[in-house]
Each structure stands twice: as structure tokens, then as C-alpha cells.
Design a protein. Structure first.
Length: 107
């Protein structure tokens, strides 16, 4: 089954679908209030995100504090960043990097 990139006004979804119509239906089921602006069939059946584009350099290891903050925030990134700042005393930039890195590592 092909992998599709489905872009709406506010989200980019990656999903397997039988066709463009099915991909459009998937977007409508999950985000009915949004308009689909682009659907692209991916050339391969995997999705890759460059760590360099995310600003992650060198080997990355999961951070237990960041993952705990994400769990406490039920995955809400902004709330998790605030919790991380409160827990560690770090600034906004470093807290954001820690939370986003752990999200990209498959939290």
C-alpha cells in the first residue's frame, strides 16, 4: 500500500492509503474542519526526517526527564516544555530542543 503525505491548512499527515481519494478521506475523518491543500504519493514506503534539519547534532539518546514531562503533559508539546523548564531550570530554547528531540525519537 502506498504512503501518502497529506497536507491540510494546519497539519501534515503521513498515512498509508490505497489511493488519493482514500488519503483525502483519511484527512477528512481526522480533521474534518480543515481543507486538504496537497496530497503527494511518497516514492518509497517510509518517511524520513533529517535530524540535521531539526537541529539535532551527534548521537541522540532519550532523556528520561523530557519523556516524563511529555507523559505528564499527555503529549502536549507546549505544556511539556513548561514542565521541563520548571523541572530542570533550563531556558526556553534548551527546553524546546529537549522536548522536540524526544518527540522525534518516538516518544
Amino acid at each position: 500500500m502506498p504512503l501518502f503525505e497529506i497536507e491540510t491548512n494546519a497539519h501534515i499527515m503521513i498515512s498509508w492509503a490505497d489511493s488519493v481519494d482514500t488519503a483525502r478521506r483519511i484527512a477528512g475523518e481526522h480533521y474534518p474542519e480543515e481543507d486538504v491543500v496537497r496530497i503527494t504519493k511518497r516514492p518509497r514506503d517510509l518517511w524520513v526526517i533529517s535530524k540535521g534539519m531539526l537541529g539535532i547534532a551527534g548521537p541522540s539518546k532519550p532523556c528520561d526527564v523530557a519523556r516524563d514531562c511529555l507523559a505528564q503533559a499527555s503529549g502536549d508539546k507546549l505544556h511539556a516544555i513548561r514542565l521541563y523548564m520548571s523541572s530542570t531550570g533550563t531556558d526556553l530554547h534548551d527546553a524546546q530542543r529537549a522536548i522536540e528531540t524526544n518527540m522525534s525519537l518516538g516518544w
